[in-house]
Design a protein around this ligand. Structure first.
Ligand code: NAP
Length: 235
């Protein structure tokens, strides 16, 4: 992976830090995105290899512009930064929570993607991986065994929107050779929410799925949704 350059948003901890660590271990130069400089600096040290802090708040246009100005060529963009909120159904949810979650999980991904497109277009093999969630799958949500029913409405609908954007970006960027895919990481032990924190899912396993999509060959898929283990997830 000599000379490849990646950006992982939300790399200060959790799945993002592990994706960054695995990419760095594969020889990729990794920009570890973090909206908190101190946490990001610490994470860059833990990631090792050629990892560099990139201060990046995905909800701040000024921060995004400043970060994009520091990256000339980008081979891999992993939009991982995300927030979860509470488990409420849509009818009980505070509208401000909806706005905050969409601002990070949806608008933030669009803003970061668009800002880094010039750098991605300078790559010979550009790849975008959106870290989504199986809870955003409408096929699974309407299936008989889905556990949450209407709960986590703000978070899950933000990931359904991210899934839609994955398809639209894949179509729009196909002529540029940019592959865009979404990953369902599975339930992982992170600070995302109480369910994640209580789980025994290893973030490294999810990160390996993201790295696989980041390093897809030129004849690999685009505009698709995969589980961490590489199996397709229905939209
Ligand atoms: P996490 O440990 O809470 O990590 C989230 C990361 O996003 C942190 O680095 C956080 O930075 C960053 N972040 C939040 N808001 C940001 C902003 N405005 N700008 C830049 N960075 C921001 O959670 P995680 O589980 O690793 O989540 C990573 C991704 O996986 C998310 O998109 C999540 O929806 C998805 N996912 C996770 C699970 C799971 O079970 N863990 C399941 C399905 C999907 P700070 O700490 O500095 O705020």
């Amino acid at each position: 992976m000599d000379n490849s350059v990646a950006l992982v948003t939300g790399a200060s901890k959790g799945i993002g830090r592990e994706i960054a660590r695995q990419l760095a271990a594969a020889g990729v130069t990794v920009y570890a995105g973090s909206h908190d400089a101190a946490r990001g600096e610490r994470a860059a040290g833990e990631i090792g290899g050629d990892a560099r802090l990139l201060v990046l708040d995905v909800t701040s246009p000024a921060s995004i512009a400043e970060a994009a100005g520091q990256v000339g060529v980008l081979d891999i963009l992993i939009s991982n930064a995300g927030i979860s909120g509470d488990g409420k159904t849509a009818d009980r949810e505070d509208i401000g929570i909806f706005r905050r979650i969409y601002e990070t999980n949806v608008v933030g991904v669009v803003a970061v993607t668009n800002a880094f497109l010039p750098a991605l277009r300078r790559s010979a093999h550009p790849r975008i991986v959106n870290i989504s969630s199986g809870t955003g799958s409408l096929a699974w949500a309407t299936g008989p065994q889905f556990p949450h029913r209407g709960g986590y409405a703000a978070y899950r609908s933000s990931k359904a929107a991210l899934n839609a954007l994955t398809v639209y970006y894949a179509h729009a960027l196909a002529d540029d050779g940019i592959k865009v895919n979404a990953l369902a990481p599975g339930l992982r032990r992170t600070d995302l929410n109480a369910a994640a924190a209580a789980s025994d899912g290893d973030p490294a396993e999810a990160a390996a799925g993201a790295v696989r999509l980041a390093l897809l060959p030129d004849d690999g898929p685009s505009g698709e949704f995969f589980s961490w283990d590489g199996t397709p997830v229905p939209w």
